[in-house]
Design a protein around this ligand. Structure first.
Ligand SMILES: Cc1cc2nc3c(=O)[nH]c(=O)nc-3n(C[C@H](O)[C@H](O)[C@H](O)COP(=O)(O)O)c2cc1C
Length: 286
């Protein structure tokens, strides 16, 4: 301390000088890193695969973050999607209390063989609630079971119901706010969903398959192209909730990333651009 006092008249002056030097170093490093060509830039002469390009072009840099402030972004779409003229199925209040979280985590496995017994509407209700149910509020903003970047909730869930007690076979949309299902179209779509899922048979055998789609502009209007990543990450959170809830209910489930995107989009009736399927989750009885 004695030596420092040779240079600085008092502690405050020493503090201010150290702060000024630190800030200058940080500013210099940020500026230098924003000007340095990235390892993946054209200057580096690397041919990028589509996946590498996606990852690279949605990576954050200070230059990008600052540039993004001035870049035009899409308009914010409505927070909730609804099928206003559809038949509505009110779901029972989720009230199930099962095994502990630790047991659920310990027991979780991807299960692809099901017994063929029906699942109940209460079980379906519990699964949907765990996936995206409303559990809180921040000011006026309802918050859900799974985390979401900026609480913007880009994910929609559709249920392809094959074998649910008391429910007609068909495709339903989960209306988060009312905890209910809206009928998109009735019919038995086992063959179609299996074909669209690259003939993975569990899709036809499952009692229900959840189709997770993303309305990208819900996150893109705030986070730009980075928003795409956030939508994919969020689907993973939701799927894990479904896995753990299924275990606790004594059901089997598996998440599915391999499918023909366009076929699923067509089946659900979404355009594949503003809203597109990103993940499936099949669930059945053991
Ligand atoms: C992103 C992702 C995509 C997946 N896609 C499929 C799939 O298309 N078909 C399938 O049978 N399992 C799929 N799975 C499940 C994995 O095969 C499974 O998690 C892995 O084999 C580990 O087994 P466990 O889940 O039982 O621990 C997927 C899992 C993840 C995380």
């Amino acid at each position: 301390m004695y030596h420092y006092h040779k240079f600085f008249k008092n502690d405050m002056q020493m503090y201010l000088n150290i702060r000024a030097v630190s800030l200058s170093i940080v500013a210099f490093v940020l500026l230098a890193s924003s000007l340095r060509p990235s390892a993946y830039s054209k200057e580096a002469g690397k041919e990028l695969s589509p996946g590498e390009r996606f990852h690279h072009e949605t990576s954050l840099t200070w230059r990008g973050v600052i540039g993004d402030i001035f870049r035009s972004k899409p308009k914010k779409p409505p927070q909730y999607k609804n099928y206003p003229d559809s038949k509505i199925i009110k779901l029972p209040k989720p009230a199930y209390h099962g095994i502990t979280l630790e047991e659920s985590i310990e027991k979780r496995r991807s299960v692809r063989n099901y017994s063929g017994k029906l699942i109940t509407l209460s079980q379906l209700s519990q699964l949907l609630f765990s996936a995206q149910g409303i559990t809180g509020k921040l000011y006026d903003q309802p918050l859900r079971t799974a985390p979401s970047a900026g609480a913007l909730y880009p994910i929609e869930i559709y249920v392809i119901a094959n074998d649910v007690e008391g429910m007609t076979c068909g495709i339903y949309h989960y209306a988060v706010l009312n905890h209910s299902l809206e009928l998109v179209k009735s019919g038995d779509f086992r063959k179609e969903i299996t074909a669209a899922g690259l003939e993975q048979e569990m899709l036809g055998d499952a009692d229900v398959t959840f189709v997770l789609s993303a309305i990208f502009d819900r996150v893109r209007h705030k986070y730009g192209e980075r928003g795409f990543r956030y939508a994919y990450i969020e689907a993973g959170h939701i799927s894990q909730n479904i896995y753990l809830q299924a275990v606790s209910l004594g059901l089997g489930s598996v998440s599915i990333g391999a499918f023909l995107d366009e076929e699923i989009n067509k089946l659900i009736g979404i355009d594949g651009q503003n809203e597109a399927v990103i993940y499936l989750h099949a669930i059945g009885t053991l």
